[in-house]
Design a protein around this ligand. Structure first.
Ligand code: PLP
Length: 228
């Protein structure tokens, strides 16, 4: 086997994996229940290649167009690469998204759920879906309102979507654990096992609260260059 390359991305990945495992063990969980989604938005394909060389196969992007410019070639070269959409999805981008993303983490409204179900059937795609819940009820943030979540989960299931769990992005100025516990409770009462929660600043807390997907960008790739 080739010597693993030593670079900042490989080192930080190892550190993040260690912290996830430690947080899981502390909570009496099997670390294998937690999947690390490496959020590569704004970073170049070369950075994704370094993460791949360090054994990372799951990546997250928040914009369809940016992902289209980086990931088709990476996916062709690395067939086990799995790509998660973690940003808002417009209905006119659904077909493009289904061609590239394995997991849609941001199903947040009935119109999008219907478009996803219809286009997935046409393309013969079966994306794993997470429903984004706006746990902080922030007007500027995407996500279904908590009070509407149960009915929306049922609607997505009726449409035939493969609903795996829930996703949230807590308000920046609030204690994230309250939101993680809230999301876990909504998932539990809907019989859902998947919980996508936790970013660079709070993923260890999220793991303690049951996260099955943590979305870490800065903690792996370093500070994001400004978008132009
Ligand atoms: C950018 C982003 C992340 C990663 O954020 P970091 O703080 O850099 O880890 C996670 N989730 C979503 C939805 C994002 O847009």
């Amino acid at each position: 086997m080739a010597e693993p390359q030593h670079n900042a991305i490989a080192d930080r990945l190892e550190d993040v994996r260690g912290r996830i495992a430690a947080a899981a063990k502390e909570a009496g969980r099997d670390p294998a229940e937690v999947t690390l989604v490496a959020v590569s938005k704004v970073h170049p394909a070369a950075s994704v290649e370094l993460a791949l060389a360090a054994g990372q196969t799951v990546f997250g992007e928040n914009r369809v167009q940016e992902a289209q410019s980086k990931f088709p070639a990476l996916k062709a070269a690395h067939p086990d690469l799995r790509l998660h959409l973690i940003g808002p999805l417009q209905t006119n981008k659904v077909t493009d998204a289904l061609r590239l993303f394995n997991v849609i983490e941001t199903v947040d409204r009935p119109k999008l759920a219907r478009a996803l179900a219809k286009e997935a059937a046409k393309l013969g795609a079966a994306p794993a879906c997470y429903i984004q819940v706006n746990t902080g009820e922030e007007p500027q943030k995407a996500g279904i309102a908590p009070a509407a979540a149960d009915a929306f989960v049922a609607e997505c299931r009726d449409l035939g979507l493969d609903v795996r769990g829930l996703m949230c992005i807590p308000p920046v100025d609030e204690e994230p654990s309250l939101h993680f516990a809230f999301l876990r409770e909504i998932a539990r009462r809907n019989g859902l096992d998947g919980l996508s929660m936790g970013m660079s600043g709070d993923y260890e807390t999220a793991v303690r609260f049951g996260a099955t997907l943590v979305r870490v960008g800065t903690g792996i790739f370093g500070a994001r260059p400004a978008r132009d």
